[in-house]
Design a protein around this ligand. Structure first.
Ligand code: NAI
Ligand SMILES: N[C@@H](CC=O)C(=O)O
Length: 814
C-alpha cells in the first residue's frame, strides 16, 4: 500500500488535477494507492472569509460562494466525460446548497463557532476529493471516494482536534476489509469525533491525514506531492541558492518543519516515524526531480548542517528578578500561566544564574501572555522581587538543523561569527542537549540577511556574496567600476567572492539594483536615474541590510565622510580614498577606528597615502609586529612631483599644473595639492597610523605658493599662478643653479611633522623620483641605517582605483 498526498497547488486547477491523477495512476501500477487530497488551492481561505463575513452580517459572502461554486463546476466540466458531468454537477450543487444554508445560519445568528467553522471548512476537501475520485474514474482507474470522517477519529476539540489512534486504526482496517478498489481518494484535513461530528486537524492537516493513514495501513511509503522539489536547505523565497536536501532523518525533518519549512505539516512525521515508513517529498510539477527522502538513517554525508529554518512574528517574554534565584517553582508557574491561556511556547532559555527566564511566543499571543504572567506573579511584582514582564516584539528565530552537529565542535562559533560580522545581534539562544538544533533569536528585519549569511557559511563554501555601494563615480570611481567589471569572473573563480555593485550614486543621480548592476551599462542607467541625497543613500545601505555590505567612498566630500560612523555601527564596511575622515580631528578618526573594531566592519583607506602604493599597509605591518617608527621622510604628492619634474620654464607653471589636473593626479580642487595641504594630511595620517595623537594644526606647512594664489576660486587660482610665473621660474632657476631638484617633502620625527619644498641634491634617496611617483622612507627600530622604502606611482585614476579595489577585497575577505 502507498499513500500519496496532493496539496492545494497540486489540485488547484483541472490541469493540475490531471497531473496528480497521472502520478497516482503510475503508482497504482505498483500496488494499491491511497490518494489524500487537499481542497482546490485557495478554497479553505475563501470558506473562512465567507464564514467571517456572514458572522459580521456582510452579505458579500454569497458572491464569494457563487464564485467558488463556479470554479468547482468548471473544473468538473473540464475533467469529466459527458456521462459523468450531469451527476457531478448535481453533487457540486447539492454541496453548495448545504454551504449556503450553513452560511445563512451564521449570518442570521451573527456567530461563527469553532464547530461550525470546522463544518464549513470541511466542504473544501469534500468537494475536491469527490471531484478527483470522479476524475480518476473518468481516466478508467479503479478509484473509490472514501470519507475521511469514517476513517479518522478525533476528540471534539474543534479547530485542532486530537486523533484517537486506536479508533482510527480500527476504522481504517474495517474500511480496508470491505474495499476492493485499488485507488481510494480521501479528503485530507477533516475527521470526525465519536458522535460523527466533523472536526479538522489544523491548517496544513492534510499531510497529517496522509501520515495517519500510512501508519494505520502499514504503508510501504508515504509521498507528499507539493509544488517544490523537496525540503530545501533554506526558504527559497529568502535564499536564491537554496537547494533541495536529498536525504534527511525524521528528526531533522521534524526540526525543519517545526521551524518554518512549510512543505511539511509538523505533526506528519511522528506517525510514520513510529512505523519506520519512508516519507518522500516530491514535486507534482517536476515529478522526475529526486525530491527529499525522509527516513530512519539517511546515508552519512559530510554535511553537518542539513538546513536553516526560520520563524517570524516572535515575541520574547523576559521574566526577571532577584526573587527567582534558587527558589523552585517559578518556571512551573510561568509555563502554567501561559498554558492556561493555551499559549504555545516556541523557545525557552534560562541562564545558570537563574536571574531570568526568557520564553518566545507567537507575536499574536503577546498581550494575553503579558496579562497572564503579570497576574500570576502579581505578589512578587508588588514586593519588587520580580520585574513586570517585558515583552520584546518584532523578533524571529533562525535555526541550524542537523543530526551531525552533535559532538561536532565549531558549529556555534561559525554561526555566531558569521552573524556577528554582519551586525546581526543575537537576542537569545537555545540549543537542546541533543544538539540537533541551534536556535538564535534575532530582529525580524535581519532574517533575510542572517539566513543568507548562514547559508553561505554552511552550504556555499564556494563563494561569498559581497554587496558594494559606490559613492562618486568620477575620475577614480569610474576606473574602479571598469576594473570591477573586468575582474568579476576572476574574483569568483579565484577568491570565491561574488562581488555585486548594488548602487552607484553621483551628486545628481542614484541607480540601484539589489541583484547587482550591469557594470557595462551603468553610465546610461545612472544618467536616467533619480536623484538621492547623501542621507537617503546612507538610509538605502542601512535599509537594504544586505550581507557583506561595503560602502565605497570615491568622493572628496566631507559630508560623505560624516556618514561613516552610522554605517560602521551597522557593520557596513567602509573603504575610502576620500582623505577627509582619516585626517579630520583626532577624536573622529579614533572613533571610526574603534567603531570598526566594535562592529567587526573594516574601515580601510590605503589610498589616502601614495594612492595604490602599499604605504599604510606596510606601516601597519611594522607596528603590528612590534616595530616602532622613529622617522619618516617622503614625497607624497603625485601632483607636485609631476609638476616639478615637468616644469623647466619653457611652459607656464600654471599650464603644467593644468596638465596634472587633466591627467587626473590632482585633487578635485587642485589648490589642496599646490598649497601643501594634501601632503600635510597624508603625513598626519601616517603619523596617526604610527601611533601618534596628532591634529592637522600640529603639522608645519611651509607653502611655496604666493598667498594671492589661494584667494578666490579655482579659475582665479590658475590666473594667479600665471601672474606669478616669475616666482616659480626663480624657484626652478635657483635649484638648477645649485645642481639640485625641487621636491615637496614631508618629514616626521619624534612626534613632529612638517612639509615644504626642498632642493634635493643628486644621490639623495628622494632625488631620483620620476613622473608622478611617490616615495616613503621608514626609519624604525629595525630599519635604523637603511630605511624601508616604498616607491612607485603615487597618483592617477588607474593606480588609485586599483588600491581601492585591493581594500574592497581585504574588507570582503575579513
Ligand atoms: N586622483 C588620484 O590620484 C587620487 C585620488 N584620491 C582621492 O580620490 C577621491 C576622488 O578623486 P577623483 O576621482 O580624482 O575626483 P573626481 O572629482 O573626479 O570624483 C569625485 C566624484 O565624487 C562626486 N561627488 C561629490 N560629492 C558627492 C556626493 N555627495 N554624492 C555623490 N557623489 C559626489 C563628484 O561629483 C565627482 O564625480 C578624492 O577624495 C581624492 O583625494 C586618492 C588618491 C589618489
Ligand atoms: N592629488 C593627490 C592624489 C593622491 O593622493 C596627489 O597628487 O598626490
Amino acid at each position: 500500500m502507498q499513500v500519496l498526498k496532493f496539496g492545494g497547488t497540486s489540485v488547484a486547477s483541472a490541469e493540475n488535477i490531471r497531473k496528480s491523477v497521472a502520478i497516482a495512476a503510475a503508482a497504482a501500477a505498483q500496488g494499491p494507492v491511497v490518494m489524500v487530497v487537499s481542497a482546490l488551492g485557495g478554497t479553505t481561505d475563501a470558506l473562512i472569509s465567507t464564514g467571517s463575513a456572514a458572522a459580521m452580517a456582510d452579505a458579500t459572502y454569497r458572491h464569494t460562494l457563487d464564485q467558488l461554486e463556479q470554479r468547482h463546476l468548471s473544473a468538473a466540466l473540464e475533467l469529466l466525460h459527458d456521462g459523468q458531468q450531469g451527476v457531478e454537477k448535481a453533487v457540486v450543487e447539492a454541496q453548495f446548497a448545504e454551504v449556503r444554508r450553513l452560511c445563512d445560519g451564521i449570518f442570521a445568528l451573527g456567530e461563527l463557532s469553532p464547530r461550525t467553522l470546522d463544518k464549513l471548512m470541511s466542504y473544501g476537501e469534500l468537494l475536491s476529493s469527490r471531484l478527483i475520485a470522479s476524475a480518476a474514474q473518468a481516466q478508467g482507474l479503479d478509484a473509490v471516494w472514501a470519507d475521511a470522517r469514517q476513517l479518522i477519529r478525533t476528540d471534539s476539540r474543534f479547530g485542532m482536534a486530537e486523533v484517537n489512534t486506536a479508533a482510527t486504526e480500527r476504522q481504517v482496517a474495517f474500511f480496508k476489509a470491505k474495499t476492493e478498489q485499488t485507488i481510494w481518494v480521501v479528503p485530507g484535513f477533516i475527521a470526525a469525533d465519536a458522535n460523527g461530528t466533523t472536526t479538522t486537524l489544523g491548517r496544513g492537516g492534510s499531510d497529517y491525514t496522509a501520515a495517519l493513514l500510512a501508519a494505520a495501513l502499514g504503508a510501504d511509503k508515504l509521498e507528499i506531492w507539493t509544488d517544490v522539489s523537496g525540503m530545501m536547505t533554506a526558504d527559497p523565497r529568502l535564499v536564491r541558492s537554496a537547494r533541495a536536501i536529498a536525504r534527511i532523518s525524521y528528526q531533522e525533518a521534524m526540526e525543519l518543519s517545526h521551524f518554518g519549512a512549510k512543505v511539511l505539516y509538523p505533526p506528519t512525521i511522528q506517525p510514520v516515524m513510529k512505523r519506520g515508513i519512508p516519507l518522500w517529498i516530491k514535486n507534482t510539477f517536476a515529478p522526475n526531480d529526486y525530491g527529499t527522502l525522509v527516513e530512519v538513517t539517511p546515508p552519512h554525508t559530510a554535511a553537518v548542517v542539513q538546513g536553516i529554518s526560520s520563524i517570524g512574528s516572535l515575541t520574547l517574554l523576559n521574566l526577571e528578578g532577584s526573587g527567582m534565584v534558587g527558589i523552585p517553582g517559578f518556571s512551573m508557574r510561568l509555563f502554567a500561566a501561559l498554558a492556561r491561556e493555551r499559549i504555545n511556547v516556541v523557545l525557552i532559555t534560562q541562564s545558570s544564574s537563574e536571574h531570568s527566564i526568557c520564553v518566545g511566543v507567537n507575536e499574536a499571543d503577546t498581550a494575553p501572555a503579558q496579562v497572564a504572567v503579570d497576574e500570576e506573579f502579581a505578589g512578587e511584582i508588588a514586593a519588587g522581587r520580580i520585574e513586570p514582564l517585558r515583552p520584546e516584539r518584532g523578533l524571529a528565530i533562525v535555526a541550524l538543523v542537523g543530526d551531525n552537529m552533535k559532538d561536532h565542535p565549531g558549529i556555534s562559533g561559525k554561526l555566531f561569527g558569521a552573524l556577528g560580522q554582519n551586525g546581526v545581534n543575537i537576542r537569545a539562544i537555545a540549543q537542546g542537549a541533543s544538539e540537533k538544533n541551534i536556535s538564535t533569536v534575532i530582529r525580524a528585519a535581519d532574517v533575510r540577511k542572517a539566513i543568507n549569511v548562514l547559508h553561505e557559511a554552511f552550504f556555499e563554501a564556494t563563494y561569498k556574496q559581497v554587496n558594494l555601494f559606490i559613492l562618486g563615480p568620477g575620475n577614480v570611481g569610474s576606473k574602479l567600476l571598469e576594473q570591477l567589471a573586468k575582474q568579476q569572473a576572476h574574483l569568483l573563480e579565484n577568491l570565491g567572492l561574488q562581488v555585486r555593485v548594488v548602487a552607484i550614486a553621483s551628486s545628481r543621480h542614484c541607480v540601484v539594483n539589489e541583484q547587482g548592476l550591469d557594470l557595462t551599462a551603468w553610465p546610461e542607467e545612472l544618467a536616467g536615474a533619480p536623484a538621492q541625497s547623501l542621507e537617503e543613500f546612507t538610509q538605502l545601505i542601512i535599509g537594504r541590510n544586505l550581507r557583506n555590505s561595503i560602502f565605497v567612498d570615491v568622493t572628496a566630500n566631507p559630508a560623505a565622510a560624516r556618514c561613516y560612523p552610522r554605517l560602521l555601527e551597522k557593520s557596513v564596511a567602509v573603504v575610502a580614498c576620500n582623505k577627509v575622515a582619516a585626517s579630520s580631528d583626532y577624536a573622529s578618526y579614533a572613533q571610526l577606528k574603534s567603531l570598526s573594531k566594535e562592529f567587526n566592519a573594516s574601515f580601510l583607506f590605503e589610498t589616502n597615502v601614495g594612492a595604490g602604493l602599499p604605504v599604510i599597509g606596510t606601516l601597519n605591518d611594522l607596528t603590528r609586529s612590534g616595530d616602532v617608527v622613529r622617522r619618516m621622510q617622503a614625497v607624497l604628492s603625485g601632483t607636485l612631483n609631476f609638476v616639478f619634474n615637468n616644469y623647466d620654464g619653457s611652459r607656464l607653471f600654471a599650464d603644467v599644473v593644468r596638465q596634472a589636473q587633466a591627467e587626473g593626479y590632482t585633487e578635485p580642487d587642485p589648490r589642496l595639492d599646490l598649497s601643501g595641504s594634501d601632503v600635510a594630511r597624508k603625513i598626519l595620517i601616517l603619523a596617526r597610523e604610527a601611533g601618534q595623537v596628532m591634529e592637522m594644526s600640529d603639522i608645519e606647512i611651509d607653502s611655496f605658493l604666493p598667498p594671492a594664489c589661494l584667494e578666490g576660486d579655482v579659475e582665479a587660482f590658475y590666473t594667479q599662478l600665471a601672474a606669478h610665473e616669475a616666482h616659480f621660474r626663480a624657484l626652478y632657476d635657483d635649484a638648477t643653479a645649485a645642481g639640485t631638484r625641487l621636491k615637496f617633502v614631508a618629514r616626521y620625527a619624534d612626534g613632529h611633522a612638517a612639509v615644504g619644498l626642498q632642493q634635493i641634491p643628486p644621490g639623495h634617496d628622494l632625488y631620483d623620483l620620476r613622473g608622478k611617483d611617490n616615495v616613503v622612507l621608514f626609519y624604525t627600530d629595525r630599519y635604523v641605517e637603511q630605511p624601508l622604502v616604498v616607491k612607485g606611482a603615487g597618483a592617477g585614476a588607474e593606480v588609485t582605483a586599483s588600491g581601492v579595489f585591493a581594500d574592497i577585497v581585504r574588507a570582503a575577505r575579513l
